[in-house]
Design a protein around this ligand. Structure first.
Ligand code: M6R
Length: 364
């Protein structure tokens, strides 16, 4: 049941800390702060290339993981939506592998993409939340998320559980490939293990997110901007907002603004930025300043250090805990999903059963 919550989505949002913690405990040994070697059909040390596939939010997990696998593990990685990958007929590298992300494990296009890559000689791994699912059965190895049943059509806790698995794999692959040492592994797993506590703090700051929801309630279009591994999370924020509040939203790489979308900007188009301090801060902040100069209302999610500069031109700044940039995508997921939820509640939509959508898309 929903317990004391109004919707399953609200209940499941509040399960983020527990689910991230439970999933991390499957993969990280807290004593040694090392990622336990996952059961895989390939050797990450010599893997020439990895394909990632998913649909909707699961695809965005793949996109985030691609940043991690490339930059941390130095592993050539491709990622596509399953409905395209299955028709792309890409040249496949001998000895390559593919990973398929899915909450349900039943998504038709992802299953079809699996079969294509199997026929192309790739070894297959599924990252699923349902152990008995079709995708788990089709793959050579299954990595489980420990999210528990997810009822709300809009995915929440399954998404952060999937990110947690991918983050652990990125660390493990990076070690296996000699890209990081044991000390760096310990530092990164430590940052991951602190995420549940930070997530709980964000979930407590309901009033702040509700205020942002009220800010954007009447908008027809909303832009979500970010750079790097947070770019897919901007797309996740936009996807969730479309899905349950029926407001048109797009996630954009902040640097792409000036190549088109900036033409849309006026005082009626809220610009939501994921912009924590770190190596990409200055560039992102200057993109936001350009939008503000054109009358855009900037709503920024950042940390204490980033807030100082952003307050000069943003109409609202939400301060999140300061974390290592590696774990920032997991943490930033929570406020953007909360935001979609509170907008939907204010609009009075059918939050758990949005129109035209199904929890598992078993048709192509
Ligand atoms: O069960 P799956 O993870 O394969 O589902 C994939 C998508 O259908 C799913 O993530 C969809 O985009 C969600 N409704 C997003 O909230």
């Amino acid at each position: 049941g929903k317990g004391n919550y109004r919707h399953f989505m609200e209940k499941e949002l509040h399960e983020h800390p527990a689910v991230i913690g439970d999933t991390l405990r499957q993969y990280v040994d807290p004593a040694s702060r090392a990622v336990a070697r996952p059961q895989l059909p390939f050797d990450p040390a010599t893997l020439p290339r990895l394909w990632l596939s998913g649909c909707g939010s699961a695809f965005l997990v793949g996109q985030t993981a691609r940043y991690w696998f490339e930059s941390l593990a130095r592993l050539p990685t491709d990622c596509d939506v399953a409905s395209e990958l299955r028709y792309r007929d890409p040249p496949l590298t001998e000895g390559g592998a593919a990973m398929f992300v899915s909450q349900s494990g039943e998504t038709a296009d992802n299953l079809a993409a699996m079969k294509l890559l199997r026929a192309g000689g790739q070894s297959l791994v599924s990252v699923v939340n349902v152990p008995e699912s079709s995708m788990a059965r089709e793959s050579d190895a299954t990595l489980m998320t420990v999210a528990g049943p997810e009822i709300s059509v809009a995915s929440t806790k399954a998404f952060t559980a999937q990110l947690s698995v991918m983050a652990c794999l990125a660390i493990n692959f990076a070690r296996a490939r000699g890209a990081i040492d044991a000390a760096e592994e310990a530092r990164l797993t430590h940052a991951l293990l602190e995420v549940p506590e930070h997530a709980a703090r964000i979930l407590d700051a309901t009033a702040e997110i509700e205020a942002v929801a009220a800010d954007i309630l009447d908008a027809r279009d909303v832009l979500f901007l970010a750079r790097g591994s947070l770019f897919p999370i901007a797309m996740e924020g936009a996807l969730k907002l479309k899905e349950i509040s029926y407001i048109h939203a797009e996630g954009y790489a902040a640097g792409e603004m000036k190549h088109g979308p900036i033409a849309l900007i006026d005082s009626k188009v809220p610009v939501i930025a994921l912009c924590p301090s770190g190596p990409l801060f200055e560039k992102t902040a200057s993109n936001l300043q350009e939008a503000a100069a054109r009358g855009g209302r900037i709503i920024a999610f950042t940390d204490e250090d980033g807030a100082v500069a952003l307050r000069r031109f943003a109409s609202r700044v939400v301060v999140l805990p300061k974390v290592d940039p590696f774990v920032a995508p997991i943490l930033h997921t929570i406020p953007v999903q909360m935001l979609a939820y509170y907008v939907a509640v204010l609009k009075g939509t059918d939050v758990d059963q949005p129109r035209n959508l199904a929890k598992a898309v078993t048709v192509e």
